[in-house]
Ligand binder design. Sequence first.
Ligand code: GLN
Length: 447
Amino acid sequence: TEYLARIDALNPQLNALISVDREKTLAEAQAVDAARAAGQAGALAGVPLVHKDIFCQQGWKTSCGSKMLDNFISPYDAHVVEQCRKAGLVTLGRANMDEFAMGSSNENSFYGPVKNPWDLNAVPGGSSGGSAAAVAARLAPVATGTDTGGSIRQPAAFCGITGIKPTYGVVSRFGMIAYASSLDQGGPLAQTAEDCALLLNVMAGFDERDSTSLQRDKEDYTRDLAAPLSGLKIGLPKEYFAEGLAADVAKAIDAAIAEYRKLGAEVVEISLPNTKLAIPSYYVIAPAEASSNLSRFDGVRYGHRAAEYSGLADMYEQTRAEGFGWEVKRRILTGTYVLSHGYYDAYYLQAQKIRRIIADDFQKAFAQCDVIMGPVTPNTAWNLGEKNADPVAMYLEDIYTLGVNLAGLPGMSVPVGFGSNDRPVGLQIIGNYFSEAKMLNVAHRFQ
Ligand code: GLN
């Protein structure tokens, strides 16, 4: 209830949560108490959290930040939500987000922008901006998020908190509303690496309802938190420190890397030569998959339906015209175009080839180092409204995060200081497949 009171006091200003339902929260808390009394307390019994509004949750509005799903009450739980429930976590509310997770500033939400708790004139990042702002403002200790091209790491960086995007396939996508299925991955946001590890323990695990869910033994992501870092080999990709990186961000990152040297780590320069191609490749593949995934919002099965129309085709048209925002429409059009006959080879296939090359670059780099470090973003959080009019300017801000998703690698953001405008800076740690425990260890030693 302390958190609920804080939400009541601060959420009207921050707009971090789309739905809050005191009765539902208290009912969940009672169920946890009952389980505890019966000696069946879960691993995180009684810990409150917020879920990004992209995870279907039974009985809660699951809007995905869109007018299209403004009236959608989910009849079932996503795998992640189910796991959290079993572990005894209690839902405080549903976090705001860019519509269908498309965006880097949370300004594309049907429910209005989220404000950055560090500076109310700044964006919180996106698309998991509500989750990040809620944790940063202490409206909740932990939150779930999803990361298709940076949507956990970038808002974590902008809001000065910790977030990890696991290896593709570690967290089930069942019940997580699909944006770009080959890139989407759920993960935790929290104040510390330790809290991220605890929530990831709950979120991760095989689920037969997601065909890309990996069948692996359960891991304890806290197991290496305190391991020493002497001998750790950190690779610094020269392309991540090149033109375009703001001086104040570079300064905070350099200072963090100096700390790692003091802890006994060794630093080597590496190269990810195709970093620049991540943006064009991602912004072909992600819209292509989105245009296919979002075809299910047709006004028939669920969600919004236009009130007036003449005939079936017109019903689809009116419904989608009214239900989707501009960024979503832009991506559906881009995606449909790059997948269309005659353009498929020129755009989509080329983008897939680049994706492979980018993944290979990372493997070559990991032959030289244990983890890669660099900035999460070229700049600290920008002002609300600053990049709204120019979508490409916003896409360019994703330069350091997209490669990880294209390669399916785990990546995380750790708060390491502030820029010259007093807005937070995030250090990115990228590990090889399934090295989450190592990455959390590296992050934990810093905190
Ligand atoms: N900013 C990227 C995009 O708009 C990434 C979003 C995400 O990871 N969901 O697609």
